[in-house]
Ligand binder design. Structure first.
Ligand code: HEC
Ligand code: HEC
Ligand code: HEC
Length: 457
C-alpha cells in the first residue's frame, strides 16, 4: 500500500513538474524602442492592411480615444478583460518589445514578461499567422504614435484571475502553429483558409463555444455570437434565404452589402469596413474558402430561393398575409404594426443598401434565433457620422414587448415561412434590461450605393 501511495505521489509530482515546465515561459529582454527608420515603408503599409484584417482596432481602441491605446472592456461570460495598449509607448505600451516578443504573443498568447494571455485576444487564430506577416504587423504598430495609457485591472473571479490557469486552458484547447497548406486544395483556397482561420479570426464570432470559452472544433463556423449579436452560420447550416454563392460572398465582403442579402449590421459592419483595405484577390480567396465550407445548398433551399426570386420579380408591393392571420391573432396584430411602422421603408421599393431590405431575403428573419432582429427593431441602425449609411429608427420607445413579439411573429411567418420564435418576448425584455450588452452601431454599406458598387473611400 505504501509503495502504491509513493507511486501515486511520484506520478502526481511528475505531472505537476511537467505542467510547470509547460506552463512556465521566460521573459524576453526589453529592447530600446526601435526608431521609425528601422522599418521599410512598404512593410509598414503591408502591416496596416494586415492590422485591418485582424480587426486590431476594434478591441484595442476605445471609441473616440487614441488608436491602439487599449483599455476597451471586452466582456466575456467569465468577467471583463481590458485590452492592452499596443502603441509603442515604452512605459505603458509595447515600445520595449522586440519582434520576437511580439511574434510570441501572436503565436502563443504569452506577453513579453512571460505571462499567459487570455484568449479574449484571439491568439487561437493568430497562431496561424506567418513570420513575414507578423514582421509587417510589428513594423506597423511600432511606427504608430506612442500613447501613454494604462488599462484598468481585469474583473475576473478567482481562480480565473490567476494567469497560470490559462496554461491549463491552452493544454486543453490551444493548438499552436503556423498555417499548414492543404495540398489537396488550390492556392486560392489555401490563401482564403489562411485569412479566415488565421488573422481574420472569423470563427471567434461565427463558431459556437464550449462552457470554458473555447471554440467547438466540431462545429466550425456553425454560428456564434459577438457583442450581444448572433454571428450567423457560415457552413452548411447557413440560413440565408437565397443561398450564398462565391460571387455574392465576394460582393458582400467587398462592399458591406449585397442585393440578395442586405447590409452587414452590428459587429460585422466593422469587419467588412476593415476588409475594404484588402486587394480583390484576397477577398476572392476568402469567398472561395467560405463557399467550400458551406457546400452546395440542399435542393429544398434551391427551390425555395427560386420561389422567392419569382415572387420578388412579380411583386406589386403590399403586405403578405400569413396563414395563421385570423383576426386577433399575434400575426395579424403584427401585420398591422408592420403596415404602420415598417412597410414604408421595407416595402418601399428603394434599392439596397439604403432602402430597407425586403424580408423575403433577410437572414436576420430566417435564422433560428431572434436576437439580431430584436436588436435592430429596438435600437435601429444609427447614422455613421459624416458618411452615408443605411439608417433605421429604433422602436424601443414606441413598441411594447408584446408588440415587438407580435411583429416578429408576423415577419417570421409571412416572409421566412417559419413558425414564430418561441422565446422572442422574453428575449426582448432581457435585451431591454441590458442582459446581452448589445453594441449599437451604424451598419456598413457606406459610400457604396447602387451607383458606385465596389468603391471604397
Ligand atoms: C477580440 C478582441 C481583440 C482583437 C480583435 C485583438 N486583440 Fe489584442 N488583445 C485583446 C485583449 C483583451 C488583450 C489582453 C489579454 C490579456 O490581458 O491577457 C490583448 C492583448 C494583446 C497583446 C499583448 C499586449 C500586452 O501588453 O500584453 C498584443 C501584442 C496584441 N493584443 C496585439 C493584437 C494585434 C496585433 C491584433 C490585430 C492583429 C489584436 N491584438 C487584435 C483583444 C483583442
Ligand atoms: C466581431 C465579430 C465578427 C467577426 C470577427 C466576423 N463576423 Fe461575420 N458576422 C458577424 C455578425 C454579428 C453577423 C450578422 C450581421 C447582421 O446581422 O447583418 C455576421 C454576418 C456575416 C455574414 C452574413 C451571413 C448571412 O447569412 O447573412 C458573412 C458572409 C460573414 N459574417 C462573414 C465573415 C467573415 C468572412 C469573417 C472573417 C473575415 C467574419 N464574418 C468575421 C460578426 C462577426
Ligand atoms: C426609415 C426607414 C426604415 C423604417 C421605418 C424601418 N426600417 Fe428596418 N431597415 C431599414 C434599413 C435601411 C435597413 C438596412 C438594410 C439591411 O439591413 O439590409 C433596415 C434593416 C432592418 C432589419 C435587418 C434586416 C437584415 O436582414 O439585415 C430588420 C430586422 C428591420 N430593419 C426591421 C424593421 C422593422 C420590424 C421595422 C418596423 C417596426 C423597420 N425595420 C422599420 C430602414 C427602415
Amino acid at each position: 500500500m505504501k509503495r502504491f501511495l509513493a507511486g501515486v505521489l511520484i506520478v502526481v509530482a511528475a505531472c505537476a513538474a511537467g505542467f510547470f515546465a509547460y506552463a512556465w515561459k521566460p521573459a524576453i529582454d526589453p529592447v530600446e524602442p526601435p526608431p521609425r527608420t528601422a522599418f521599410d515603408q512598404a512593410l509598414i503599409e503591408k502591416g496596416a492592411m494586415l492590422a485591418a484584417v485582424g480587426n486590431c482596432t476594434a478591441c484595442h481602441t476605445r471609441p473616440g480615444e487614441k488608436s491602439f491605446a487599449g483599455g476597451l472592456a471586452v466582456p466575456t461570460p467569465f468577467g471583463t478583460i481590458y485590452s492592452t495598449n499596443i502603441t509603442p509607448d515604452p512605459a505603458t505600451g509595447i515600445g520595449r518589445w522586440s519582434e520576437a516578443a511580439f511574434s510570441r504573443a501572436m503565436r502563443e498568447g504569452v506577453d513579453r514578461e512571460g505571462n499567459h494571455l487570455y484568449p479574449a485576444f484571439p491568439y487561437d487564430h493568430f497562431t496561424l499567422v506567418s513570420d513575414e506577416d507578423n514582421s509587417a504587423l510589428y513594423a506597423y504598430l511600432m511606427t504608430r504614435r506612442p500613447v501613454e495609457s494604462r488599462r484598468p485591472a481585469n474583473r475576473l473571479p478567482f481562480p480565473l484571475d490567476v494567469r497560470l490557469v490559462l496554461a491549463g486552458w491552452k493544454l486543453l484547447f490551444f493548438d499552436k502553429g503556423v498555417y499548414r497548406q492543404d495540398a489537396s486544395q488550390g492556392a486560392e483556397w489555401n490563401r482564403g483558409a489562411y485569412l479566415v482561420e488565421g488573422l481574420g479570426h472569423c470563427g471567434a464570432c461565427h463558431t459556437p463555444r464550449n462552457a470554458l470559452g473555447a471554440e467547438l472544433q466540431s462545429a466550425r463556423l456553425a454560428g456564434g455570437e459577438a457583442e450581444g449579436w448572433k454571428a450567423f452560420a457560415l457552413n452548411g447550416l447557413s440560413s440565408a434565404p437565397i443561398p450564398w454563392t462565391r460571387d455574392s460572398l465576394f460582393a458582400y465582403l467587398r462592399q458591406g452589402w449585397h442585393a440578395d442579402h442586405g447590409v452587414a449590421n452590428g459587429p460585422m459592419a466593422e469587419v467588412t469596413g476593415n476588409l475594404g483595405r484588402l486587394p480583390d484577390a484576397d477577398i476572392g480567396a476568402i469567398a472561395t474558402y467560405l463557399i467550400s465550407q458551406m457546400g452546395p445548398p440542399a435542393l429544398e433551399r434551391v427551390a425555395r430561393s427560386a420561389e422567392i426570386r419569382k415572387k420578388l420579380a412579380t411583386d406589386q408591393g403590399g403586405t403578405p398575409i400569413p396563414v395563421s392571420a385570423a383576426t386577433g391573432s399575434p400575426t395579424s396584430r403584427g401585420a398591422v404594426i408592420y403596415q404602420a411602422a415598417c412597410a414604408i421603408c421595407h416595402d418601399g421599393g428603394r434599392q439596397q443598401p439604403f432602402g430597407g431590405i425586403d424580408f423575403h431575403l433577410s437572414s436576420t428573419i430566417a435564422v433560428p434565433d431572434p436576437q439580431n432582429a430584436i436588436n435592430v427593431v429596438l435600437y435601429g441602425l444609427p447614422a455613421a457620422s459624416g458618411r452615408q449609411s443605411p439608417i433605421m429608427p429604433g422602436f424601443a420607445a414606441t413598441l411594447t414587448d408584446d408588440q415587438v413579439a407580435d411583429l416578429l411573429a408576423f415577419l417570421r411567418e409571412a416572409y421566412a415561412q417559419k413558425p414564430a420564435w418561441a422565446d422572442a418576448k422574453a428575449k426582448v425584455a432581457d435585451t431591454r434590461d441590458g442582459k446581452y450588452l448589445v453594441s449599437v452601431r451604424p451598419s456598413d454599406g457606406i459610400e457604396r450605393g447602387p451607383d458606385n458598387v465596389g468603391a471604397r473611400d
